[in-house]
Design a protein. Structure first.
Length: 112
């Protein structure tokens, strides 16, 4: 196991990730290593044997480059929106997000 590779935050919710060995004798993945997000419980594949490359695989997961627009507003991740009960979501790019903000400022009559 490579303990020197720091784990990046979860690509889905930004939560802290941690690596551990599955020690439950009743679990079919007993003895394997896995990385799990402490916040949303997203996880990596279970790695057996040499257990090399698990941190690198976790750290290479893509982080979303957009927000999610639902009925109640904007969400940083799709997971947050679903956890809030949103049914219909649309991805919003950074450019669309800035345009939404500009429109909101205009409608509110805010002058900077």
């Amino acid at each position: 196991m490579n303990d020197t590779t720091p784990l990046l935050p979860c690509p889905f919710c930004g939560g802290e990730a941690h690596r551990f060995t599955i020690e439950d004798d009743q679990d079919p993945n007993h003895g394997g290593d896995v990385i799990v997000c402490r916040k949303c419980e997203a996880c990596s594949r279970v790695e057996f044997g040499e257990k090399e490359g698990l941190e690198e695989a976790w750290n290479q997961r893509a982080i979303s480059d957009h927000a999610w627009l639902g009925q109640a507003g904007l969400y940083r991740t799709r997971l947050e929106a679903v956890q809030n009960g949103e049914q219909h979501l649309e991805p919003v790019s950074p450019e669309q997000l800035f345009q939404l903000a500009r429109n909101h400022v205009r409608e509110a009559g805010i002058h900077a």
